[in-house]
Design a protein around this ligand. Structure first.
Ligand code: ATP
Length: 134
């Protein structure tokens, strides 16, 4: 199968560099699958599960939150605010974060800014749980 080079980085450094068959992630305009020979593009990353597939069929999965993704001259680059590999996600912690955020939002006595913070925490927790529950 045709592969293309993928690089995944965060502010902490390069997390992955290698050839893949397919990369799937959530962008600000929806889920996008990237294959070899995809046209050049650049867009923002949303909050969601991301995965890529190697030539031998191995799937690597993670929570990918915020940042930019580009495809340029056949190379896909993901610069993500947060990337957590599936195996590194602490499910109980995400569950606790979900419950805390839901409880605070349920009480309804938050300022607009505080509500936005809790909504973002809830979304991150749900992404982490969905990656773990895949
Ligand atoms: P929490 O309330 O549990 O800290 P949060 O959504 O507020 O959740 P973040 O601010 O998004 O946490 O992340 C802080 C750091 O902790 C980041 O390095 C992130 O990768 C890591 N992190 C957060 N939640 C988890 C988790 N469930 N499993 C593994 N790492 C996590």
């Amino acid at each position: 199968m045709t592969t293309f080079p993928l690089r995944i980085g965060t502010p902490d450094g390069l997390l992955y560099s290698g050839d893949v068959v397919r990369m799937v992630l959530r962008t600000i305009t929806g889920d996008r699958a990237i294959l070899a020979n995809h046209i050049d593009f650049c867009t923002g990353i949303g909050m969601g599960e991301a995965h890529f597939v190697l030539e031998d069929g191995t799937v690597r999965r993670g929570a990918c939150i915020g940042g930019m993704v580009t495809m340029q001259n056949g190379v896909c680059r993901i610069l993500s605010t947060t990337w957590e590999w599936e195996e590194d996600i602490d499910k109980d912690r995400a569950q606790r974060a979900r419950e805390r955020a839901e409880e605070k939002l349920r009480k309804g006595d938050l300022s607009g800014k505080e509500a936005q913070v809790q909504e973002a925490k809830l979304k991150r927790a749900l992404v982490r749980l969905s990656v773990k529950n895949h």
